[in-house]
Write a protein that binds this ligand. Structure first.
Ligand code: OOB
Length: 549
């Protein structure tokens, strides 16, 4: 089994320690300390359940000890694919306590993604719900149990079948838990949005991640009286750490798990629980803004609305304070590390027009032109970054590492302009990934699925600006000679390949030829740009035609 690690050069590591960023904290010690300091404070609210810090810590530790009884050993990886329920936190903190390493998958992931993550991480176990949103995760796990050789245990939160363990039945005396881990050890793996192919594993250490939580909690004004509501999937880095649920635990605050992001569910919960801060992607923020104007809900407790994951346009951003009566905080982050926040006391104009500035004075930011030369402030360029909580390598990905990292800097793929204040304005992406309502989708991965269709000769996938989603997926498909696949059938075919639904193209256009130049060869990237430009020109034309008629 290949160990998961993440290291920094010695001089930087010493500096980060000397400056107090890395304080040697670990996740098991963190929750234990909160449970000792204020046992009766509510850590989690979910439907009619209220779980105190003492209960969460005890339940997690007993579960962690039970996992060791199953035969798992510290250092083993365990895939966690749970939604926004308390079981996610029992599982994560139980694994931390046992020295096991969670690998987070999203609830929307299906066989293709889950099999990939299990294989890449050499996972020994997976923790899943029984059913959620009409999907039975147990059936998928059974298929995978035969396909992934390292996978030994399927643990079900809910009703378990004969080949599974029920999560509730896994419990043992916490006395058998190991000593706290090395703060420099990997605590868990996040997954990359991925601009090429499938997601990569992002190993994060206790020290680096807890630094980002501690500072995020401070920047976002969290204290023991704060109430953070998790609306987006809790496994996502934004919801977990910016400041997210883990940042809220760091601050000893209460986390409310919202069963659905729709205003009808979220607004009453904000009022009932006195939610002070929550986080959304731009399309949801737009939905909330429109709904709040109609419904006039009581959102008086809400102090901060965070919006991130994709670009929130200034015109929408401007509506937040007048409509919702709270401060907007823009968040521009990435699972690889760097997170930028507008500060709560920034001028309103800075809040609505920028995506914030980095957490740490030691987040080093480079904005470079295509030749690798720094550009002046205000001029867009490629964003590269390194710092005390940004990784310098994906797990076991030599080719991707060579592409994405240089001199310890992570090449983010984002195009940004830096202002003299250090605030960044995101202008777009250099690479070919699609940011669909905050979900990152690799064009190449979708093309690959399309090419598997017997009637498809070639396919090119591009992102198209979309008023609701930010960007939508448009696939150009050149059928094989004589074939005429229907877009509906192509979509059905893709679903049958068991991929996350958000990767299925929103629009499929059949074309006869990709119009390659006389030279004959043209890079896929160039082709994507060309097709995208054509769609945009078509759209501009049809808008102006509608306007003139
Ligand atoms: C967050 O993390 P990921 O890993 O799902 O995606 C990172 C990418 C960034 O490189 C950027 O392309 C895009 O998502 N992005 C934004 C953005 N926030 C993220 N693009 C424009 N404006 C923004 N505000 O998405 C993530 C992780 C932690 C905190 C917040 C978001």
């Amino acid at each position: 089994m290949k160990p998961l690690s993440q290291t920094w050069p010695q001089d930087r590591a010493e500096r980060y320690r000397a400056r107090g960023y890395w304080q040697g904290e670990t996740f098991p010690a963190l929750l234990r300390a909160r449970a000792a300091d204020h046992p009766d404070r509510t850590a989690l609210v979910w439907r009619d359940q209220r779980i105190t810090y003492l209960e969460l810590n005890d339940q997690a530790r007993r579960f962690g000890a039970g996992l060791l009884d199953l035969g798992l050993t510290p250092g083993d990886r365990v895939l966690v694919q749970l939604g926004n329920t308390p079981d996610f936190f029992r599982a994560a903190f139980g694994l931390f306590a046992a020295g096991l390493i969670p690998v987070y998958a999203l609830p929307a992931h299906r066989r293709t993604e889950v099999e990939h993550l299990l294989t890449r991480s050499e996972a020994r176990a997976m923790i899943i719900p029984d059913k959620a949103d009409g999907f039975d995760y147990r059936g998928l796990a059974d298929e995978l149990a035969g396909a992934v050789p390292t996978l030994r245990h399927v643990i079900v939160a809910g009703e378990a079948g004969p080949t599974h363990h029920a999560m509730i039945g896994i419990a043992a005396d916490p006395a058998r838990l190991p000593a706290d881990p090395d703060p420099q050890a990997v605590a868990f793996s996040q997954i990359s949005g991925g601009s090429t192919g499938l997601s990569k594993l992002i190993p994060r250490t206790h020290d680096d991640y807890i630094y980002s939580l501690r500072e995020s909690a401070r920047i976002c004004g969290l204290g023991p009286e704060s109430v953070y509501m998790a609306v987006l999937p809790v496994a996502h880095n934004f919801t977990m750490s910016s400041p997210g649920t883990f940042g809220a635990f760091y601050a000893g605050a209460t986390v409310v798990l919202c069963p659905s992001p729709v205003p009808d569910a979220a607004f009453p919960l904000i009022a009932k629980e006195g939610v002070t801060i929550t986080a959304l992607v731009p399309p949801l923020a737009l939905l909330w803004l429109d709904a709040a104007q109609k419904m006039q809900p009581d959102l008086s407790s809400l102090q901060v609305l965070q919006v991130g994951g994709a670009k929130f346009l200034p015109e929408s951003a401007r509506r937040v304070r007048p409509v919702l009566g709270c401060t907007l905080q823009q968040v521009f982050g990435m699972a690889e590390g760097l997170v930028n926040y507008t500060r709560l006391d920034d001028d309103e104009e800075v809040i609505v027009t920028t995506q914030g500035r980095p957490i740490s004075p030691d987040d080093e930011i480079l904005v470079l032109d295509d030749d690798g030369q720094p550009v002046p402030d205000g001029v867009p360029g490629h964003l590269l970054t390194r710092g005390p909580y940004t990784i310098s390598a994906y797990h076991d990905e030599p080719a991707a590492n060579a592409r994405s990292f240089e001199d310890g800097y992570y090449r983010t793929g984002d195009i940004v302009a830096r202002q003299p204040s250090g605030h960044l304005v995101v202008q777009g992406r250099a690479g070919d990934h699609i940011n669909r309502a905050g979900e990152k989708i690799s064009a190449e991965e979708v093309e690959d699925h399309l090419l598997a269709h017997p009637d498809v000769f070639d396919a090119v996938v591009v992102s198209i600006p979309d008023a609701h989603l930010g960007e939508r997926i448009c696939a150009f498909v050149k059928p094989r000679d004589g074939a005429a696949p229907r877009p509906l059938d192509i979509r059905k075919f893709m679903r049958a390949r068991q991929i996350a639904a958000f990767k299925i193209p929103d629009e499929i256009r059949l074309i006869d030829s990709f119009g390659t130049t006389a030279v004959g060869k043209i890079s896929r990237r160039h082709l994507r740009q060309q097709l995208r430009t054509e769609v945009l020109a078509d759209e501009a034309k049809s808008t102006s035609e509608t306007e003139t008629t």
